[in-house]
Design a protein. Structure first.
Length: 403
């Protein structure tokens, strides 16, 4: 009889011990992704059936141990959830949004790096644990999703945005509410208001009415120094001219790194070289943007936006001009980056297949209004004809090649 069949007969602390072992394996690994966990600078206690496991993310490296004191964040997990999390199969953020997991404290800090932790846990998961977690999760009651996610779970929020004449401005039907730690997609046809909404989020466009909040703080209430600080933590790949053409690719990245981080001048060349190499662009360092193919240009623009490792990344129709094969590669790039760096990624697109490939959260925009939002499964279940039309958009509806 296998371990899955004995799961309910095991002592209550067995799953907690396995979770602690899995977390300890991850935090002691020497990898760039594991080092990102310390960026959260918080402590998390995972409680399951009377036992707790602490994850101290304010340390370098992070530390996993039996609970020995109060933690800043507390997350309650059932046995099946704890085992699934230990295998990298449970998204804590998704479970919080569905109301199947309870958390206390400033959980947003943990959710910024939760995708990285989940990817690291999945890499070393035991095959038998994977089977057992699947069996235990199958028996869980159906999710009951709260009507609105808590503000503590949101990375981006808009409230009543309006244009100069008071008309709704890209949030007429509902406000934008993007959870922390997800790849989120704004899907809409040309002229639907996606780019303008991204402009509001980045701070490039000030709304006439309403508010934009990033991680619970309204941009309009920030001082100039606070705005500069938060913008340094936002990477943007705009739809047009994201690279300066008279600079080489390496010079574009160096300029972005200098503007958005405290890296010393001596460290800049090495940081740029490593980043370009990680994206397969080492041989493009000395080239001008106009000398690159469409796909390499997109990667170079992406490299520029991510060189300072921002925790919020905004991309406006990055698939423009790419063929289906390159669009698939773009989807892989976005997913892999999120698994290594965490944070929140917001992608505006009119390519429904791309949206389906990458979205952990989906927002549909039509005629300046948010008409649907939620998990992809929730949005897909809608029978609204406009929603169905947007979900059926093909790559042919995307913009033409960049000129």
């Amino acid at each position: 009889m296998n371990r899955a069949q004995h799961a309910d007969d095991e002592p209550p602390d067995t799953v907690a011990r396995r979770l602690r072992d899995a977390l300890d394996r991850v935090v002691t690994a020497r990898s760039r992704a594991a080092s990102r966990l310390g960026a959260a600078r918080t402590s998390v206690a995972f409680a399951t059936e009377g036992e707790s496991v602490s994850l101290l993310l304010g340390h370098s490296p992070a530390v996993a141990s039996p609970a020995s004191g109060p933690c800043e964040v507390e997350i309650d997990l059932g046995r099946g959830q704890a085992l699934a999390f230990a295998c990298g199969r449970l998204s804590i953020g998704g479970a919080l949004l569905r109301g199947t997991v309870v958390a206390r404290g400033p959980v947003r800090r943990f959710l910024e790096v939760e995708p990285v932790l989940r990817a690291l846990l999945a890499v070393g998961a035991d095959d038998q644990d994977l089977i057992e977690s699947e069996l235990l999760l199958t028996g869980l009651p159906p999710a009951v999703r709260p009507p609105r996610p808590s503000a503590d779970l949101l990375s981006i929020e808009t409230r009543g945005l309006g244009g100069p004449d008071g008309r709704a401005d890209a949030s007429g039907g509902a406000d934008l509410r993007v959870p922390e730690g997800v790849v989120s997609v704004l899907l809409g046809a040309a002229g639907s208001g996606k780019s303008r909404l991204l402009g509001h989020v980045s701070g490039a466009i000030a709304p006439e009415t309403g508010q934009v909040l990033l991680r619970g703080r309204a941009l309009a209430d920030m001082s100039r120094s606070e705005l500069r600080a938060i913008r340094r933590d936002v990477g943007v790949v705009p739809q047009h001219l994201p690279l300066v053409d008279h600079l080489t690719v390496a010079e574009n990245l160096a300029a972005a790194l200098t503007q958005s981080s405290d890296v010393s001048a001596l460290e800049v060349p090495g940081t740029v070289e490593r980043h370009l190499r990680s994206l397969g662009l080492a041989d493009a360092a000395g080239r001008r943007p106009r000398e690159l193919s469409n796909w390499r240009y997109v990667r170079a623009a992406y490299a520029r936006a991510t060189i300072a490792e921002p925790s919020l990344l905004l991309l406006d129709e990055p698939e423009a001009g790419l063929d289906p094969v390159r669009t698939t590669l773009l989807a892989d790039l976005l997913i892999d980056h999120h698994a290594e760096y965490g944070g929140t990624v917001l992608v505006a697109t009119r390519d429904a297949p791309l949206a389906r490939a990458i979205a952990g959260h989906l927002t549909l925009v039509d005629r300046g209004a948010v008409i649907a939002c939620g998990t992809p499964e929730e949005v897909e279940a809608s029978d609204d004809p406009t929603v169905r039309a947007l979900l059926s958009m093909t790559p042919e509806d995307a913009p033409g090649p960049r000129t």
